[in-house]
Design a protein around this ligand. Structure first.
Ligand code: FES
Ligand code: FES
Length: 142
């Protein structure tokens, strides 16, 4: 063993092959965008979810993170976890679960994985607002 095992192999895997890097059209009414920053370090994470109009389930997710390795792997895991879930379900995802799954070093546990939890919440809020607006408009038109 040449390299010190500071990071769990899951971290290295997500760092080398981040899942679901990219962007969706933020004007799509079924896309929710969460853009959050970490005041402690200035890092920024954008996480987007795409939901099925009928069921309201999350069918796809992507992210872009301008931040440290722990933030990148946390967002990669978060995008994997939210797929196929309802918006209520993903609101219960905790940064501590993400950090535990990745065995992140304790220094990175709080802030970096917190970005992912916050970004999921912000994305859900965004799409819920959009959908509420659309509903409001269509009933007003009717
Ligand atoms: Fe900066 Fe974690 S977000 S130290
Ligand atoms: Fe900034 Fe980790 S140090 S998100």
């Amino acid at each position: 063993q040449i390299l010190p095992r500071l990071y769990h192999e899951k971290v290295i895997d997500h760092y080398n092959n981040p899942r679901n890097v990219g962007s969706f059209d933020k004007n799509d009414p079924n896309v929710g965008t969460g853009l959050v920053g970490a005041p402690a370090c200035g890092d920024v994470m954008k996480l987007q979810i795409k939901i099925d109009e009928e069921s309201g389930k999350i069918v796809d997710a992507c992210f872009k993170t301008f931040g440290c390795g722990s933030a990148i792997v946390s967002s990669s895991v978060a995008t994997e976890w939210v797929k196929g879930k309802s918006m209520d379900e993903v609101l219960t995802i905790k940064n501590t679960e993400i950090a535990k799954h990745l065995s992140l070093p304790p220094v990175n546990l709080l802030h970096c994985s917190m970005l992912a939890e916050d970004a999921i919440k912000a994305a859900v809020k965004d799409v819920e607002l959009k959908r509420a607006k659309l509903k409001g408009n269509s009933s007003a038109d009717a």
